[in-house]
Design a protein around this ligand. Structure first.
Ligand SMILES: Cc1ncc(COP(=O)(O)O)c(C=O)c1O
Length: 451
């Protein structure tokens, strides 16, 4: 990302004179916080294109959409069922809204070493155990393009009269092709937040929040957006949210068709000629993946995903989206063509020749992390005093901050949770292998609650 890939996905004439779009709320240009003119018109067109009843433009990414959704839905003290593979914006929102999380865990795939699908039975059990919960928030697709069965999750959530929020930050393109998993709004989600900038030809920070049906108070969500978004929203970002909608509405299906043909060709070449494993060929998960997300398992090389990412950048001038201990992840968008796929394929092919059949197998062993016990509720943590401690001295202490490998930004420890030995070992593994962990300083310090 961004999904326009250096402007390739946007007609050149629209990229010229961007500075002329950089305006403010002068007559005729409407106001994002009280839209009634051109912004309202553009938002209404987006609502129609994405299948929502109400759409608002976001200029601070999905992050502020997640914040507004949770602040708009919950009152202090409410409890929310939260899929643990959530982005840190969900944790931040619960702190701001004084909401208590009830975490549920998606399935785990040991081959790729990642969280996979959230089962509707897991959601149902959580609702049964916590009948007072106000609603459920799930991440779908996840960073690896895995799409849980949202139809059945939605059915379960609504059968208990709860609200379903879907963090669809990675799925703004799903609506525009029948060859991709369905989008959350079509499956009945009440609120859906999408980072247009990740998968559409939109600019960084451009995102949408869509609301459908009458379970959520649109006015309250919009009021929260007024509180948390800037009073000087970028007209450049907003214009490109409109342009991305127009491109996808008019040409999206054909563009995605072409893209998926390139993806298939790439995957087949990689599958036939290298020893890499690709997630969309996974025997159990292939039916549930957004195929525009290329997840390549690199364990065959005996190297980590971090190593292969660096090698692709340093030796082949290829920048992937992210890597982890086992995989590299690329976001393919309608801005990518044959040239980009061929470059990626030939680079991986070279790497495969160099490293396959390693004499020394990798000593990295990724296992599913348990959710650490919650000692202090996230909103209370904000009032507590913190102190910096060396990571290795933190076992048994309570974290003040969010500790998360970034990307993907999925927390391993949330504020108020106990730092366990398992977590410390995992963080050391990730950093030593070349990954970045937000919440741990360069000299291995973490902020914990002071006594
Ligand atoms: C699942 C998920 N949700 C929300 C976000 C936040 O999106 P944004 O960067 O548009 O604020 C991200 C960012 O990576 C994400 O991965």
């Amino acid at each position: 990302m961004p999904g326009h890939k250096l402007g390739k996905g946007i007609p050149t004439r629209l990229l010229k004179d961007l500075h002329l779009l950089d305006m403010t709320e002068i007559p005729g240009l409407d106001n994002l916080h009280f839209p009634h003119g051109v912004i309202k018109e553009a938002q209404d067109l987006a609502a129609k294109a994405f299948g929502a009843d109400n759409t608002s433009f976001l200029v601070n990414g999905s992050t502020c959409g997640v914040h507004a959704a949770i602040l708009g839905l919950c009152k202090p003290g409410d409890r929310l069922i939260v899929s643990r593979d959530c982005h840190k914006s969900v944790i931040g929102a619960m702190m701001l809204a004084s909401v208590k999380p009830i975490y549920i865990t998606p399935e785990y795939d040991s081959l790729f070493g990642v969280s996979s699908l959230m089962l509707s039975s897991t959601v149902e059990q959580a609702i049964k155990n916590n009948p007072d919960a106000i609603g459920v928030i799930v991440t779908r697709p996840n960073y690896y393009g895995l799409c849980s069965d949202i139809d059945s999750i939605s059915e379960v959530v609504h059968s208990y009269n709860k609200v379903l929020i879907v963090d669809e930050a990675h799925g703004a393109h799903l609506k525009f092709s029948s060859r991709l998993p369905c989008c959350a709004l079509d499956a009945g989600a009440d609120v859906c937040i999408q980072s247009a900038h990740k998968t559409l030809p939109a600019l960084t920070q451009g995102a949408y929040i869509h609301i459908k049906g009458n379970r959520v108070d649109v006015e309250k969500v919009n009021f929260m957006l007024q509180l948390i978004q800037t009073s000087s929203p970028s007209y450049v970002i907003m214009t490109f949210l409109d342009i991305a909608r127009a491109i996808m509405e008019n040409y999206g299906s054909e563009l995605i068709e072409n893209l998926l043909n390139e993806v298939n060709r790439f995957e087949n070449m990689l599958n036939e000629n290298t020893s890499f494993k690709i997630m969309s060929k996974h025997p159990l998960l292939s039916q549930h993946i957004d195929k525009t997300r290329l997840v390549v398992n690199v364990r065959n090389t005996g190297k980590t995903g971090f190593f292969i990412e660096k090698m692709l950048r340093d030796s082949f001038n290829v920048q992937v989206e992210m890597s982890d201990l086992y995989n590299i992840v690329c976001i393919a968008t309608t801005a990518d063509g044959r040239k980009e796929f061929d470059t990626l394929y030939s680079s991986l092919n070279e790497i495969d020749k160099q490293f396959k059949n390693p004499t020394e197998p990798t000593d990295i062993n990724v296992k599913e992390l348990l959710i650490p016990p919650q000692k202090v509720s996230p909103d209370k943590v904000m009032q507590c005093k913190g102190e910096k401690r060396k990571l290795t001295e933190c076992v048994g202490k309570v974290s003040k901050g969010i500790i998360t490998p970034y990307p993907p930004g999925i927390p391993v420890v949330c504020p108020g949770e106990l730092i366990t030995l398992e977590v410390v070992e995992y963080i050391i593994n990730v950093i030593k292998a070349g990954g970045t962990v937000n919440g741990v300083t360069d000299n291995w310090e973490v902020t914990v609650l002071a006594h």
